[in-house]
Design a protein around this ligand. Structure first.
Ligand code: ATP
Length: 273
């Protein structure tokens, strides 16, 4: 169930040197919702996500969480409010799954001393929620891609944040691990009420996971609505510049988006004639 805005960006202008990527962008993320950020390479999805996480400074505009400016939150408050998982996450050699999840407790920890019983229970709970309860002692570097992604999500969960921002979490995963990760994220949203914002290139994953899709192009949100409203041939052609077919999933009736590959077909036909 999604409700009032928990995370809001207003008038966000963000760039790198002289290159402006976002120009006065407004966005409001509903509490308890799952929002997918989609759009072509380089349109500004990661920049927007990082800005909402407070990791990318905005030249103008504000980010608010629960109505409070993000920059006014103390480190601990910010960590309890949101966590972000970036695209490529390196881990030190030898680090175990439990130790990675324990990083999530950093903002909760006392300056001196080890893990408290509250820390331990938050870590074990996070490992259980991501299906890693029996993998705490394993080295992160030795995990499969899907397990490693879940270990990172466990770290974010141990942080006990309310908003989880993920940048292309299913990239590099095979189809089984993609399905598992999407299911795990849906369960976290449904069972724990965690608000999720996720950059996704796979439109069918976006339709399966999200209740709202923001379709971006050149730093602007051109379409914003439920997957069935946004993931249609017209908006997709406008944003990606390719012809797409829209089918309906036979079970869930979620939209299925298939590239028409029309230019190639036409070329083949033309070549034959
Ligand atoms: N650190 C940086 N320094 C300079 N330019 C950058 C930096 N990060 C991103 N950009 C540029 O900003 C624009 C938006 O990049 P961003 O990564 O936000 O896009 P994206 O939509 O997430 O792309 P992709 O789908 O390829 O990951 C691109 O033109 C990119 O080259």
């Amino acid at each position: 169930m999604s409700g009032a805005a928990i995370l809001r960006g207003q008038g966000l202008t963000v760039g790198y040197g002289a290159r402006r990527v976002l120009d006065g962008l407004d966005v409001a993320i509903s509490a308890g919702g799952v929002t997918a950020l989609c759009g072509p390479n380089g349109c500004g999805k990661s920049t927007l996500l990082r800005t909402l996480a407070g990791l990318q400074p905005a030249q103008a505009g504000t980010v608010e969480i629960d109505g409070r400016p993000l920059r006014e939150l103390r480190r601990r408050e910010r960590a309890q409010a949101l966590a972000m998982l970036a695209q490529a996450n390196e881990v030190p050699a030898g680090l175990t799954v439990f130790e990675l999840a324990a990083y999530g407790r950093h903002a909760h920890r006392r300056l001196i001393g080890g893990l408290s019983s509250a820390d331990r229970s938050a870590i074990l709970d996070a490992l259980a929620a991501t299906g890693l309860r029996d993998h705490g002692a394993r080295e992160v570097a030795a995990l499969s891609g899907g397990e490693r992604q879940r270990a990172w999500i466990a770290m974010a969960l141990a942080q006990q944040c309310r908003v989880l921002l993920l940048d292309e979490p299913t990239t590099w995963l095979d189809v089984r691990h993609q399905v598992e990760l999407v299911s795990a994220l849906k369960a976290l949203n449904r069972e724990r009420g965690i608000t999720i914002v996720c950059v996704l290139h796979d439109l069918n994953q976006a339709a399966a996971l999200a209740d709202r899709v923001l379709l971006m192009k050149a730093g602007r949100i051109l379409h914003d609505g439920r997957p069935a409203e946004v993931l249609r041939p017209g908006p997709l052609a406008e944003v990606y510049g390719v012809e797409m077919w829209r089918l309906d999933h036979p079970d869930s009736e979620a939209p299925l988006c298939v590239p028409a590959f029309a230019p190639a077909r036409r070329q083949t036909r033309e070549a034959r004639s």
